[in-house]
Write a protein that binds this ligand. Structure first.
Ligand code: SF4
Length: 419
């Protein structure tokens, strides 16, 4: 296995990750709400973003070893009454305690197989815990160890903005169905969105997609409608629509911060895909230049990237797909091969460690981790679990019944298309 330092040197990169990420996450619990270091300047935190209460000093001052021990003991005491889910992008000190590791949707499905667990501790971000609450039984508690672990992409589309866009687009494109019974617009939301947006899709004949099933979901949508309003990630929408044969001029952007979405009304009327102007700060950092450097430094390497990367990066790569696809590609690669990956660095580093017979490296080896996933530090997990041991549920994520039932309709449509 080639060392990370050797790869960094070979790629000509420097160690430039935000110095703020060397601080403990609780340093940000006392500042005004923010995504913290590593987020882009364009990431606007909502004014009502959930806040984490400051942790007691016994957690913030505990050593790493003490925290690990406390987590192990609390988990043992809770037995099968607790289920810990760890998203692929979590740090290793969290993943080591997870009963399941996966992407957001895999984890919610895993949770549904364990109805005996009273408490589901979701080590991920806010929208993931909401989805787990929707798909779990009413008596189960879903707990997010740090309330300020949001997702800057999910926050780029809120229900007021989407409702406003929808009404304006209905004025331009028409309401309801046309003479052939096709919906004028089908709303499609990426899994990385709030429960309120999933419920919006449920109410308006729409559907949810993941990065694994975006294409069959869009095929479902186009069988029922003339155009799609896709939110919040423009890149997943654009990359998938291009792969389906649509052209860029059929995909105007809707910018929620510009009057009338910023494009001309006829652009929306003639559109196939109306793309919401949202993005993932982590995946948007990858560039074609990094791919060129990787190919030069490791001739013959395979470049695989996540579809949340920009179109140029996806076009320059050898393959694109969800986190599950990336994991499989690396597992299936022959020993001795080199694979450059465009996704979150915690996952890439873990895959590199699991496959020492291959050279697996991040396209940008000094890219910052997802700054919101980073909020789930072992101190928060220890705090949440020990409270459960003492009979107290902290940081419970609850989706109201009306929203949950409408969101479930959109999720179930997705499951019918692609279980
Ligand atoms: S990696 Fe991007 S999309 Fe995923 S949780 Fe972080 S900000 Fe959100």
């Amino acid at each position: 296995m080639t060392s990370v330092d050797a790869i960094i040197e070979k790629l000509g990169a420097t160690r430039t990750c935000d110095a703020g990420l060397t601080k403990a996450p609780w340093a940000f619990d006392k500042t005004k709400p923010s995504y913290g270091p590593g987020a882009s300047a364009l990431d606007l935190i909502p004014h009502n973003a959930p806040r984490q209460q400051p942790l007691p000093a016994e957690y913030t001052q505990a050593s790493d070893d003490e925290l690990q021990e406390r987590i192990i003991n609390a988990k043992r005491a809770l037995g099968n009454k607790v289920l810990i889910l760890g998203h692929f992008y979590q740090r290793d000190e969290i993943i080591v305690h997870a009963d399941y590791t996966g992407d957001s949707f895999q984890l919610s499905k895993n949770a549904a197989t364990r109805p005996e667990a009273d408490n589901i501790v979701f080590c991920g971000v806010h929208f993931m815990a909401e989805t787990a609450d929707i798909l779990s039984t009413p008596r189960q508690n879903v707990i997010l160890p740090n309330m300020s672990a949001g997702c800057s992409m999910a926050d780029m589309a809120n229900i007021d903005q989407v409702t406003d866009a929808w009404e304006q687009l209905e004025d331009i494109c028409g309401k309801g169905t046309d003479a052939d019974g096709k919906q004028q617009i089908v709303p499609v939301t990426y899994m990385n969105s709030s429960a309120a947006l999933k419920a919006f899709c449920g109410r308006h004949g729409g559907i949810v997609c993941t990065s694994s099933n975006a294409r069959p979901v869009l095929e479902w949508a186009f069988a029922r409608g003339k155009r799609v309003l896709f939110f919040p990630d423009q890149h997943l929408g654009r990359n998938t629509a291009l792969a389906m044969g649509m052209s860029l001029d059929q995909m105007p952007l809707w910018d929620p911060y510009k009057p009338a979405g910023s494009a001309a009304p006829e652009d929306y009327r003639d559109a196939k895909m109306i793309l919401w102007k949202g993005f993932c700060s982590v995946h948007q950092r990858f560039t074609v230049d990094q791919i060129d450097r990787a190919r030069k430094a490791f001739p013959g390497c395979k470049v695989i990237v996540h579809p949340e990367c920009s179109m140029d990066v996806v076009n320059a790569a050898d393959g694109t797909g969800s986190t599950a696809y990336i994991v499989k590609e690396i597992e299936n690669a022959p020993a001795g091969s080199a694979i450059a990956v465009g996704t979150e660095i915690n996952l890439v580093n873990r895959l590199a460690a699991q496959h020492p017979d291959k050279t697996v490296f991040c396209l940008d080896p000094v890219v910052c981790p997802c700054s919101t996933m980073y909020r789930i530090h072992p101190a928060y997990l220890a705090w949440a679990l020990e409270n459960l041991v003492n009979g107290k549920v902290v940081n419970k994520i609850t989706v109201d019944p009306q929203t949950a039932s409408e969101a479930k309709i959109a999720l179930e449509r997705m499951l019918e298309v692609h279980p």
